[in-house]
Design a protein around this ligand. Structure first.
Ligand code: DLZ
Length: 202
């Protein structure tokens, strides 16, 4: 029987997008599968390999701060590059006519673009204490706050599994006959869709 769950996927062109993936290193086997699924769908959607940046942090608890810094860092880098470029155009050391003064500014050399979306990937598996509940709650709320505050989509790629088997199945590497579905693929598609939408809605 086919499932009624899940988003209808849309065919989108990610060729102009720059995407960051920040992943935790806890539960590495599951993380590796999710990361592979995410990257596969980004590339399938046209995102260039050079526009996919992957960073890692120790555990899921570190994801919100890392996503926040990655987003802020890319904007600071753009602002710095643009200031440098304008300075260079106005104060040409060679004394040659400045493109700013001639009225026909030369095209700016390409600068890095800010990230259009960030995908936070983590795998939390319930243990015998309340640790799981606290981290799930803090991380999910913080990631939501970052995307709403910055306007940059943050894709929630955090599995909150009650057992190891649940986590493996949601990474498409389940132990049974049914290997499950790799949710990383959905996160890659969601990043392309939200990154594209936010460019249009800017
Ligand atoms: C400490 C801890 C535990 C017990 N379990 C997980 C887990 O299942 N998944 C995960 O991503 N991280 C876990 N961590 C590490 C915390 O997220 C965090 O890295 C540490 O508490 C240090 O801040």
């Amino acid at each position: 029987m086919s499932s009624i769950k899940g988003a209808q996927s849309q065919k989108l062109d990610g060729s102009s997008l720059r995407i960051a993936i920040v992943h935790a290193r806890w539960n590495k086997v599951v993380i590796d599968a999710l990361l592979a699924g995410t990257i596969a769908k980004l590339k399938e959607s046209g995102v260039k390999e050079s526009n996919i940046v992957v960073e890692s942090v120790p555990g899921s608890f570190e994801l919100p701060l890392a996503c926040s810094r990655v987003i802020a860092g890319s904007h600071i880098q753009i602002a710095t590059n643009q200031t440098d470029l304008l300075g260079g155009l106005n104060f040409s050391p060679s004394g040659a006519a400045s493109p700013m003064r001639s009225g026909t500014p030369a095209p700016l050399p390409p600068v890095n673009q800010p990230f259009d979306a960030v995908i936070a990937i983590g795998v939390l598996i319930k243990g015998s204490t309340m640790h799981f509940e606290y981290i799930c709650d803090a991380v999910s709320h913080s990631l939501m706050k970052i995307q709403v505050d910055t306007g940059v989509p943050v894709i929630f790629g955090v599995l909150t599994a009650l057992t190891d088997d649940q986590a493996l199945e949601r990474a498409g590497i389940g132990k049974g006959a049914n290997k499950g579905h790799n949710h990383g693929e959905d996160w890659g598609l969601a990043a392309v869709e939200m990154g594209s939408h936010c460019k249009r809605w800017a």
